[in-house]
Design a protein around this ligand. Sequence first.
Ligand code: ADP
Ligand code: MG
Length: 274
Amino acid sequence: MTQMTGGTDAVSIAGVDKVFETRSGQVQALSGIDLTVAAGEFVSLIGPSGCGKSTLMRLIADLDQPSTGTVSVFGKPAKDARIAQDYGIAFQQAGLLPWRTVEENIELPLSLHGAPKAERAARVAELVSLVGLGDFADRYPDQLSGGMQQRVAIARALAEKPRLLLMDEPFGALDEMTRERMQSELVRICAETGAAVVFVTHSIPEAVFLSDRVVVMSPRPGRIQEIVTMRLAATADREEGLREQHEFFDMITAVREALHQGSPVAAVRGVETR
Ligand code: ADP
Ligand code: MG
């Protein structure tokens, strides 16, 4: 069975609704979602808590299925893409195995898929240096800071050179300084690997700094309220200095205004929509 929609796009979501059946009735988490993420494109999802961001990520990763509509990844149904391991996943909790060292955690997907030993060792060495953990390769997760654990999780997600990364609030637990450093590293890693990214965040500056486009979602049932294209340097060329430039603030304002359309009270009070 071949599915023609999506072509070479990294992700193609068409007419997706998601309804959960719960003991207290139905919960409509997503409604009428249409979204395409091009190969190599960085797209962030932002919106209030409970608007369905994680649900949408889970549908792309085939950890759950839509009630209506279709999700394809590199032109294949989401299920086939999962089986083919077409993407890497990094979620808020680093999810490392505590009894495995940094190297062994990163190696895990490679050993699970039977890569030869020498090839695994070479790839792990490359990844450890890519995420700047050369001096920590034989440490265990509990010997690392939160930022370092998250870098291990990202290295593990990159192990099989995915053309797509799915990241759900991967930096949510980090302090602001570490978070900004991780954002710059992610920019560099994406430039080096050419991977497309779907990235969930609560942080407007984070979404702006990283993305080609920011998808603003409305409160439940989650719909796409607006897609804001970042009129900034190409993502591969974004540097720390961008954070102090007026075009960066202009894009923050554009995303903020799009978010507040779904929450007029919050806009009046000037509080962050979460
Ligand atoms: P977000 O990630 O944007 O905070 P979620 O995707 O986690 O939101 O959740 C969207 C809505 O769907 C919420 O109301 C949540 O309670 C509901 N939901 C998520 N997963 C389930 C589930 N497995 N069963 C029932 N309801 C769920
Ligand atoms: Mg979530």
